[in-house]
Design a protein around this ligand. Sequence first.
Ligand code: CTP
Length: 446
Amino acid sequence: MVKVITYGTYDLLHQGHINLLRRAKELGDYLIVGVTSDSFDRGRGKLNVRNNVLERVEAVKATGYADEVIIEDYLGQKIDDIQKYDVDIFAIGSDWEGKFDYLNEYCKVVYLSRTEGISSTMLREESQVNYRVGIVGSGRIANRFVPESKVVNGAEVTAVMNPDANKTEAFAQMHGLKAYNDYDQFLQNVDLVYVASPHLTHYDYVKNALLADKHVLCEIPFVLSKEQALELFTLAEERNLVLLEASKTAFCPAFGHIVTLVKSGIIGDVVDVKASLSKQVLPPTRELDSTQAGGAMNEHAPLCLLAIMKLLGLDWHDMNFHSRMENGVDIYTKGVINYPHATASFTLGIGVKTEGNLVVSGTKGYIYVPAPWWLTDFFEVRYEDQTKNKKYFYSYDGEGLRYEIQEWLSMIVNERKICYKLRPQESVAIAEVIEKFKNHDNVTEI
Ligand code: CTP
């Protein structure tokens, strides 16, 4: 029996895929089709795939050519599969000519002629609505957002809004955007709003954007009180709009895998989560300005709290904070959050330097994510018996904002109001912790 194997994403299955599968099947007696997993595609920079892996597998099965469908989930898997399934022929479209010659060592490699004039990319582009994105604010993060948005299909940044005319003009010129100093006018000329303005302005900008029926992505810290967070998510729900907190780590491939590995019990019961983040800054800067909601908590707590809440949930029973204050802002805060059967802590600095790693300790082992853990592209699962340790590597492309932009757009296009990677109740809980600190609830100065 001649066994043939082929691989692909098979998004929006089209005639080119069908022809390829038919030709591959004709090469032998048994055809195995490897369909890429969602995380594998995202990891290799293919961010715009429309159908999820289950839909794509079903579409391939429906062609009737595949005798077996497998999932391709890691780089180098083709060599493993060819040996594992005792494959005779590896077949792939001619757009890959030469790229898989290295597999000749394991089986025969055949490049099949590609069907001209059709591809998933073409179909995605044809059916694509191109949303006009407006950015509120023109600071550092807004500057990074523009190039990051270009790698994601379906949206184009067209406008920037800042009440300070000079800043808006300079930013607009640099990125080729239209500048606005009036929020109402800005809202009339965009479809989606990314809020990257100073912390204390988030609430009003988000609320007014929602009232103008715009989907919103809001930078961290989303808002600084539980009540405001609840109000905004309720408003978004009532108006059938997507509101997402731009907590970038939540959407990057490696962090998502840490959460699923922990939930699957790989380190046993989680007993402790320790997350740290410090970035030292020098005056004058808004991070050190108490009138602009500066301070280590407001700057850095959202990402550490995200890790704690994704791993331990929202049912904590108490928390306390230890802070070093300077000129009205916390330059360092250590927080401890206690759960019925676990404890968590975070250390945050803007005037104190700490090691910025994440350690998740369990009854069987622990996960170590080196600094800077919030830009996660590598982590290790470690055990008492070190021979069982396992390292995981991922890509973290560009500035990492592309993952949250992709998620936001995918929610809008697919009319999905909730994202499991960061649920509204988790954003509300993060705002609640920040508010407790602001209210000096269990805060000790050191
Ligand atoms: N293929 C083909 N003819 C086409 C499109 C794809 O023969 N017009 C083949 C590819 O060469 C590959 C398989 O179909 O062997 C699956 O490819 P995939 O990457 O899923 O398809 P594309 O349509 O090229 O997708 P994209 O545009 O996302 O790259």
